[in-house]
Design a protein around this ligand. Structure first.
Ligand code: CO
Ligand code: ZN
Length: 329
């Protein structure tokens, strides 16, 4: 697999609603392998690879969580709103980067009791001397993302943007390896998933698919004292059973199981108790769309160091290729 491409995709700055730069990177990659490619009004990138049989929509979200400046104070410190889910504990002392390249560090007000720490006690420090100097660099409404660069680390890959550049990457790699698709395929790189599956909602309506399959990270339930769940790093491609946004359709689960068994691809199941993903929107489109999800077990989700296993990425790509080349009966 093309690790350099994954690094490039993870380094792109694409908070929900600001997916233009990551969309351009993906468009350049997929264009030679599809029949048509377009952006819709909400920023989704919809690539059509013509094929026989039923229409299948694949979805991976391009957007990532981030912070938006809400206020600049007299001393030049910034207050912010979150875009997507953040735990304040993992925000403290992290570096954030604005599209201009400007860095900010998250600090916390002096507290009498550490237990009082909350999102509204935090601020971003861009190193400005005062309000006037800060306003030369940023304005209210500007957005930033975790600044940690992507890194290959032994058998793993670490990046704050794995959610969900890795889903987009799996789709791209599968598209490039695809020989004989069994479906008419729409590869949709969606916008605004982290704020409520908004891009998937509109693109599923316009694509009007027969089946839905999305790609996203899920919990790796192997870290100390984590609540037991079926998915783990190094466990292979994870076939979703349910999350907060959908109950995966038995037909799709069975299709993925069969494909994994036939091609001898390592797989596991996954259940996510919090959070959802694009198939949550796809499956309730129009009259309903049987949908499923291929997930990647990931440690430290929604932190500055999301971590996954390279072998699991490879298993997800292999399962995707097999699933797209095998008809559903
Ligand atoms: Co997420
Ligand atoms: Zn995600």
């Amino acid at each position: 697999m093309n690790i350099e491409l994954l690094k490039k995709m993870c380094a792109a700055n694409g908070v929900s609603g600001h997916e233009q730069s990551i969309s351009k990177i993906i468009e350049k990659e997929v264009k030679p392998f599809v029949d048509s490619c377009r952006n819709d009004a909400l920023g989704n990138l919809i690539a059509h690879r013509k094929g026989p049989g039923k229409k299948m929509m694949l979805a991976g979200h391009m957007d990532q969580i981030g912070l938006m400046i809400t206020h600049i104070d007299k001393e030049g410190f910034l207050r912010f709103a979150t875009i997507g889910g953040f735990n304040h504990v993992v925000l403290l002392a992290q570096r954030f980067v604005f599209p201009s390249g400007l860095l900010g560090v998250v600090g916390c007000e002096r507290l009498d009791n550490q237990k009082d720490m909350a999102l509204d006690k935090l601020y971003i420090d861009i190193g400005a001397e005062n309000e006037e100097e800060a306003k030369k660099l940023v304005k209210v409404g500007d957005v930033c993302v975790y600044a940690n660069p992507p890194a290959e680390n032994g058998a793993t890959f670490i990046s704050p943007a794995l959610d969900d550049r890795i889903g987009c990457f799996i789709m791209i790699e599968a598209l490039k390896r695809l020989k004989k698709p069994a479906f008419d395929l729409y590869f949709v790189f969606t916008s605004q998933e982290e704020v409520g599956l908004r891009g998937a909602t509109t693109s599923a309506y316009s694509v009007d698919p027969d089946y839905g399959l999305s790609f996203d990270v899920t919990i790796s339930a192997d870290t100390p004292k984590i609540r037991p769940l079926p998915s783990k790093m190094y466990g292979g491609a994870a076939i979703k059973l349910k999350d907060r946004s959908l109950l995966c359709h038995p037909k799709i689960i069975e299709h993925l199981e069969k494909c994994a068994e036939k091609a001898k691809i390592k797989y596991q199941y996954e259940i996510l108790e919090m959070g959802g993903t694009d198939s949550g929107a796809i499956h309730v489109t129009r009259g309903g769309v049987p949908s499923g999800v291929i997930s990647l077990a990931t440690r430290h989700i929604h932190t500055s160091n999301e971590m996954c296993a390279l072998s699991d990425i490879e298993d997800c790509i292999a399962l995707t290729v097999k699933a797209l080349e095998t008809a559903i009966d």
